[in-house]
Design a protein around this ligand. Sequence first.
Ligand code: SF4
Length: 359
Amino acid sequence: MSKIFEIYGSDAHKMTVSLMEAANVADMIPKGGSVALKPNLVVAGRPEEGGTTHAGVLSGCMEYLQSHGFSNISVIEGSWVGDDTGRAFRVAGYDKVCQKYGVPYYDLKRDKTRTVQTAIRPMDICCRALDADFLISLPVLKGHCQTTMTCALKNCKGCLPDREKRRFHSEGLHRPIAALASYLKPNLTIVDSICGDLNFEEGGTPVYTNRMYLGTDPVQLDAYGCMLMGISTSQVDYIGLAEQMGGGSTKIEDGDIIKLNEPVSGAEYPAPTGTVASLTKNVHDDSACSACYASLVRALYNAKRAGIKINKPIYIGQAYRGKTLDGIGIGACCSGATCSVKGCPPTAQEILKILKEQN
Ligand code: SF4
């Protein structure tokens, strides 16, 4: 069973290095092997907007790999159909990182492709993704207007030429995404869950979680992402299909999540957008950790979509420790509330369960 290493903080570079050290990634890579880093650069958007991988994740990977003697590193990506990958690299700050570490980057829209046989049909995949000795996927955990969520499995769609991406959409996305996982399996995935968007893959409504996690099974990582976002894996068809097609396992057992530290309060939230402000109008926050607050926002978002009305006050934050509260308490700090959600931080799924009961 794969382990998931998780860390909280706000410095993507340092968090990435710490995750890779904890998982001893250098021992997984063939000596002298080529390493390809595949971020999520779906559009030309700043990572702070919640749609693209932070540049610090790339620089953290490069620093770790180079300090462990790996010099054959590249960054590979192709933005979505209609956007320009080179512009997206500049907007996200990847060009400066690549220059600093002397790492080349390649636009997969210009790459050669090879046809491989997946679980459902032959598929064209970019050669640089297929031929890397060690492929590291760097997705963002975020919402998606068509597939509800997107993270590890769907990030591999960026390794396809535009004609194949278009075909995926005409096939309804879920089956081809799952089939791709049956063939193209990144050796490692490091998830940027620092401020993923609430509902759109291109970003615009970031929700600060200040969290990252690392694992080797993309199906398991997506199942965990669902828990964090407060949705069931059954709401994201491609996850179960990928499991059936041999892409990995959705099982997460006690002890599978190895936390390197605990969430901290005091991290600055971005100015809340209209959506987040309206979702949190009943919320009393005093010194909440960003991971806790993000779980609550995601749970409230899903509750609203499910038609659940919350009229009781909701309390969250370290300042409520040991206090008696008349309402719903979020996390261990608010266990003195009339009704409270356990966990530190609780997942959005755990919060949603209590919100449903209190409806
Ligand atoms: S329960 Fe308290 S300490 Fe734990 S994550 Fe939430 S606010 Fe932070």
